[in-house]
Design a protein around this ligand. Structure first.
Ligand code: ADP
Ligand code: ADP
Length: 230
């Protein structure tokens, strides 16, 4: 079952910079796709077009059966089914960790407080932060904040998780704790698109590696072939 279908997508930014050029990509349920390539090659642009954080100039993107850039598509509903984790953790700084996890399920999905709280606590345990529920994001290390951000995305029970360089802003010794959480998600069958520079992660976890250059996908393959290609 194809969950993400990118067809011949082009993206030109307002200033004339080409972000994407004829990009096509399919992601099936349960697949982990890592997107790699040099800085400025369009990786982040591609990821952000998948949930309409970026408009596109050509082509079509279908996610979970919806045409993402069709003005008739209910983007709030679609985005609720897509979790996104950014390089900068984007947590609400004046809310506790627990409140960060409860907010979207309460406000967007109308989940009852008791249920939202249970779910949030279970997710904090899952990412190894059960004891941080009442802290504020600023009291946590970067690795801990990013694990909270992942738990917050999961609180909406998404069908797909998008990661945009989730470990790039972390001290090197914190990278592993975030990648470990992502590995668990992958092993549970979560569908994931991950923009990353972590080649070890791509090699060990990805079902497919996509290499971008100058706005195009220039190569894609299974990691065992990708990393041994000449
Ligand atoms: P990557 O994620 O691979 O580093 P990006 O998708 O961020 O690459 O960028 C692709 C190209 O689009 C680059 O040339 C970048 O400078 C340009 N770009 C990205 N965001 C914008 C923007 N908001 N406005 C104009 N150009 C942009
Ligand atoms: P971990 O390795 O579990 O991510 P650390 O050993 O770096 O965490 O941190 C231990 C405790 O110190 C954390 O629980 C956190 O509360 C606090 N801490 C760590 N880094 C920072 C930071 N940059 N700012 C504020 N508090 C921090």
């Amino acid at each position: 079952q194809v969950l993400i279908e990118v067809r011949e997508v082009g993206k030109v930014y307002g200033n004339g910079v080409v972000g994407l050029r004829g990009v096509s990509l399919q992601v099936k349920r349960g697949e982990v796709v890592c997107i790699i390539g040099p800085s400025g090659s369009g990786k982040s642009t591609l990821l952000r077009t998948l949930n309409a954080l970026e408009p596109i100039s050509a082509g079509e993107i279908r996610v979970l059966g919806e045409s993402v850039h069709d003005p008739r598509t209910d983007l709030n509903r679609l985005r609720a089914r897509l979790g996104m984790v950014f390089q900068s953790f984007n947590l609400f700084p004046h809310r506790t960790v627990l409140d960060n996890l409860m907010l979207a399920p309460r406000v967007v999905s109308g989940v009852k407080p008791e249920r939202a709280r249970e779910r949030a606590l279970a997710l904090l345990a899952k990412v190894g932060l059960a004891d941080k529920a009442d802290m504020h994001p600023g009291q946590l290390s970067g690795g801990q904040q990013q694990r909270v951000a992942i738990a917050r995305a999961l609180a909406m029970q998404p069908e797909i998780m998008l990661f945009d360089e989730p470990t790039s802003a972390l001290d090197p010794e914190k990278v592993g704790e975030v990648l470990d959480v992502m590995k668990v998600l992958a092993s549970e069958g979560m569908t994931m698109c991950v923009v990353t520079h972590e080649m070890g992660f791509a090699r060990a976890v990805a079902h497919r590696v996509v290499f971008m250059e100058a706005g195009e996908i220039v190569y894609e393959d299974a990691p065992e072939r990708f990393f041994t290609a000449p």
